[in-house]
Design a protein around this ligand. Structure first.
Ligand code: CTP
Length: 141
């Protein structure tokens, strides 16, 4: 296992997934805390097609723009496109995840991956979501 330059602690690769549409502070805080759990943060950004299949609507921002925004963050090291919810195990293995981080809206739902990595659920930031932002903007005169 690789070591960090500054210490003898093993380098930890953190993987998380999300849509990150209409990027907001809840997204920043989740990614910042995920990054702090390890030394290398990898973010799976769900594709437009995957979102359509889940929610019957396309994200406001395209997958290209959402991936560009996430990859611009100083605490994000790598970004990849998440094409299918069924491929989580493959993605975790492919990216050699030591830790899977998810928001606690998913609490317990990813425990099946505890055989290959640590699974951590982080508390969501209260009172903000992409869905709410879209509703607020739509309702403004
Ligand atoms: N997240 C968070 N706090 C929020 C909103 C999101 O910590 N207030 C986290 C989610 O738990 C997830 C990541 O940010 O780990 C990406 O969430 P995503 O579903 O893309 O964002 P939402 O704002 O929840 O979008 P939506 O309203 O469409 O579900």
């Amino acid at each position: 296992m690789s070591q960090t330059a500054a210490s003898n602690r093993p380098a930890k690769r953190v993987v998380t997934f999300g849509t990150y549409d209409v990027f907001h502070v809840g997204h920043v805080l989740l990614l910042e805390r995920a990054a702090a759990l390890g030394n290398h943060l990898i973010v799976g950004v769900s594709t437009d097609a995957l979102n359509f299949s889940k929610k019957q609507r396309y994200p406001v921002y395209s997958e290209r723009d959402r991936m560009k925004i996430i990859s611009s963050l100083q605490f994000v090291n790598e970004v990849f496109a998440e094409h299918s919810l069924e491929l989580k195990r493959e993605y975790l293995q492919q990216h050699r995840a030591d830790i899977l981080v998810m928001g606690d809206d998913w609490a317990g739902k990813f425990d099946e991956f505890k055989d290959i990595c640590e699974v951590v659920y982080l508390a969501r930031t209260p009172s903000i979501s992409t869905t709410e932002i879209i509703e607020v903007v739509k309702s403004r005169p």
